[in-house]
Design a protein around this ligand. Structure first.
Ligand SMILES: *[C@@H]1O[C@H](CO)[C@@H](O)[C@H](O)[C@H]1NC(C)=O
Ligand SMILES: *[C@@H]1O[C@H](CO)[C@@H](O)[C@H](O)[C@H]1NC(C)=O
Ligand SMILES: *[C@@H]1O[C@H](CO)[C@@H](O)[C@H](O)[C@H]1NC(C)=O
Length: 527
């Protein structure tokens, strides 16, 4: 009787219990698997984990044995003539008593390098095809060109003979301002230990595929670090950065561009043909019902099977910034955590093309935040992960926390620097919004090579930053690139190189406001 009575009640109580256990198990499994996949994605997707875990750093004296400074490797190529210093855009005259507005004052105050301050660039170098563009910007930022970098350390994290030959050739011609550091053992941990050695220097760590550096970007980021000594690091405001792309989308710095599905091959930018300006591009035409924020079958838009088969193509402005238009562009898929941006080259492409518009129009101020009240114009990451393509840190912090930076089991220095350490040390990661640089691509954005974006950065640098035949193109080592004579790419209309008689200084271009009557230069009117 009892059994008969208890059985149904047991069954009755057990069923939901069982169901609950199953549901819990199910959710636990899903959560664990999801977390695992996400952590794998973060750890493996961006950079290969070269670095062997758990290796304690060698003691300082031992370290020297592992480092070769400016090795004299043999190369069939003739050595380069000494690298010329590069012109920097003229800065507006010092204001003094004729105050012309606080905005200008705060901008100008960042352009004078404090006496005795030592600033060292560190390049995590691997690939010569991109670094030739970076080299041009670095040279413009050396002290010998009037910039802030006393020295640049190229940490060669590669054994590729051609990559090393290019680097040695350039370093040899640099009059000692470029130093090559090589590690016997590759890997990020060793790169940090070999490259960061001076407690009192400020370091600017730059990825080798940074393809644009605004002339004041280094000065502004370094100044913001000095004004915020408690900050663990200052990042530049990086174009094509997952966590920042979301911000650029929401502030209208990014515009609507869509891929040219039947590319006009003769209209593509190629190295040396001078093309980079969006004003030369035709307006996009095509099927307005396509949704380019859906990436699964993107190759089908081009009528091909796989992304491998997508032809080299441009992205074209729709010149139609309606909501409907924006929401079907690739950038609409971005989110605050940057996940889709990291893995989809299409979002990178739209950000890069938008940047070319802002660069051409002298409207890099679209990326700026608010006003500088003495601490910079900063965006606080609040412990969210940020890509470390261009960061500024105090040497003492790198040295004191070396074990934490290099202490991730899979060599994920980015997680350590932007998530773990801000939490443990209670020190913020800040983005200086006025420090503008552009970063070409992440590993998963590999099909950015199907666009002509790299060629556009090459042409901009070749014509405007490294003029007079001085961009050293490793893919054509014997070739000297002539700056194009095409009027559309003349230096006069470029905001970053001022050889023309009376160019608007770059700093004041950032404060151009458009009023109803037309363009009004607030700063200059007040002056
Ligand atoms: C370095 O430059 C000097 C002259 O400036 C040259 O004689 C030498 O061969 C160069 N070395 C390499 C490795 O290019
Ligand atoms: C392709 O581009 C070239 C060069 O810009 C231009 O002259 C030509 O008209 C374009 N062809 C088409 C079909 O748009
Ligand atoms: C802008 O896009 C909408 C569809 O989103 C279209 O109806 C309209 O004609 C477009 N305007 C222009 C000027 O192309």
């Amino acid at each position: 009787m009892n059994a008969k009575y208890s059985l149904p009640s047991w069954t009755y109580t057990r069923q939901p219990f069982q169901w609950r256990v199953n549901r819990l198990a199910y959710f636990a499994t899903v959560t664990v698997v999801t977390l695992f996949v996400f952590s794998l994605a973060y750890v493996y997707i961006e950079e290969p984990p070269f670095w062997k875990p758990g290796q304690p750093g060698p003691p300082p004296r031992d370290l020297d044995a592992h480092i070769v400074v400016s090795p004299n490797s043999k190369s069939n190529l003739e050595s380069l003539p000494a690298l010329p210093s590069l012109p920097r855009p003229k800065q507006p005259p010092s204001t003094g008593k004729s105050s012309s507005g606080e905005d200008l004052v705060s901008t100008l105050s960042t352009t004078q390098k404090p006496k005795g301050l030592r600033v060292v660039g560190v390049i995590f170098y691997g690939r010569r095809d991109r670094s030739s563009i970076l080299e041009c910007y670095l040279r413009q930022n050396l002290v010998s060109s009037g910039g802030w970098l006393d020295e640049v350390i190229w940490a060669a994290n590669t054994d590729d003979v051609d990559d090393l030959a290019w680097l040695n050739r350039v370093a040899n011609a640099s009059n000692g301002e470029y130093k090559v550091v090589r590690m016997e053992e590759k890997g990020y941990g060793n790169v940090y230990e070999a490259s960061f050695t001076e407690r009192n220097a400020i370091y600017v760590k730059i990825d080798d595929d940074v393809v644009y550096i605004e002339p004041q970007a280094i000065a502004k980021a370094v100044t913001t670090l000095i004004s915020n000594p408690h900050a663990l690091m200052i990042s530049a405001n990086v174009i094509n950065s997952p966590a920042l792309g979301w911000w650029h989308y929401h502030t209208d710095a990014a515009q609507s561009f869509k891929p040219e599905l039947q590319p006009n091959q003769t209209a593509l930018a190629t190295r040396g043909n001078g093309m980079w300006k969006n004003s030369d591009l035709p307006t996009w035409t095509g099927d307005w019902t396509h949704d380019y924020s859906k990436f699964e079958n993107f190759a089908n838009f081009f009528d091909v099977e796989s992304p491998e088969d997508i032809p080299k193509h441009r992205w074209l402005p729709t010149r139609n910034e309606t909501d409907e238009d924006m929401y079907t562009s690739s950038i609409a898929a971005t989110d605050a955590n940057g996940g889709p941006h990291l893995t989809n080259w299409q979002i990178g492409a739209q950000n890069h093309y938008s940047f070319f518009s802002n660069l051409e129009n002298g409207e890099l101020g679209k990326y700026f935040l608010s006003k500088d009240y003495g601490k910079g114009t900063i965006w606080h990451m609040r412990g969210r992960r940020l890509s470390i393509n261009f960061i500024v840190m105090q040497g003492a912090d790198v040295l004191d926390y070396m074990h934490m930076i290099t202490g991730h089991p899979h060599g994920d220095d980015e997680h350590q620097l932007t998530v773990e350490m801000p939490h443990v040390l209670q020190r913020p990661v800040l983005v200086e919004s006025q420090s503008i640089v552009s970063h070409f691509s992440y590993g998963p954005q590999v099909y950015l090579h199907k666009t002509d974006i790299m060629e556009r950065y090459f042409n901009y640098a070749n014509d405007n930053v490294c003029p007079r035949h001085s961009l050293i193109d490793p893919m054509n080592p014997e070739r000297i690139w002539d700056a194009t004579t095409s009027p559309s790419s003349s230096a006069a209309s470029s905001p970053s190189f001022s050889s023309s008689p009376s160019p608007t200084p770059v700093a004041s271009r950032f404060f151009v406001r458009k009023s109803r009557e037309g363009v009004k230069h607030l700063v200059e009117d007040k002056a």
